[in-house]
Design a protein around this ligand. Sequence first.
Ligand code: GAR
Length: 191
Amino acid sequence: MIKSFGKKTKIAVFISGRGSNLKNLINHSKKKNSKFQIDLIISNKKNAKGLIFAKKNNINFKIFSFIKLLEEEVKILDILKKKKIKIICLAGFMKILSKNFIKKFNGKILNIHPSLLPKYKGLNTHDRVLNNNDKYSGCTVHLVTGKLDSGKIILQKKVKVFNHDTSKTLEKRILKHEYLIYPKALNLIIS
Ligand code: GAR
């Protein structure tokens, strides 16, 4: 539980690409009953499409390549401290944070993953679900630990897979549920 002391909790969102979850979190953060506000966006790609939502909404954003990982993480931790960021949300962020960084923000980094974890950790989840003829897939919001896609599950949503599904149609259906559970999970962990 993260204590909010009656104010909206400051969060940072890390992205790598399209940023549709970021856009959705921004929209939710503006609602009266939202317990969080987005004060910082970090992207590992300077041309990530999602940065448009930072610009449109006047949210501070920074680019870090995460190539010199440890050095850059020190700088990021400093910015997070200065901005009083209490929670980090990974939203389509395709880099792996160091164990040290995760430890420093222990229990306060969330990730959204497009599968019913612990099934299908890692990449290409929809293709793997279809290849295995699974009847259900889904999405999961979980705490980030040093082990990939393995931390405590905060919320999960099961989604039906149809015979005619392609990876694109399945992705689209699951994304709609990602947009529902990510803000809900955030509001759940903030007291
Ligand atoms: C989302 O489906 C998210 O669950 C997935 O990337 C997509 C990002 O879309 N994340 C992962 O696969 C993390 N392993 P978005 O940039 O439009 O939010």
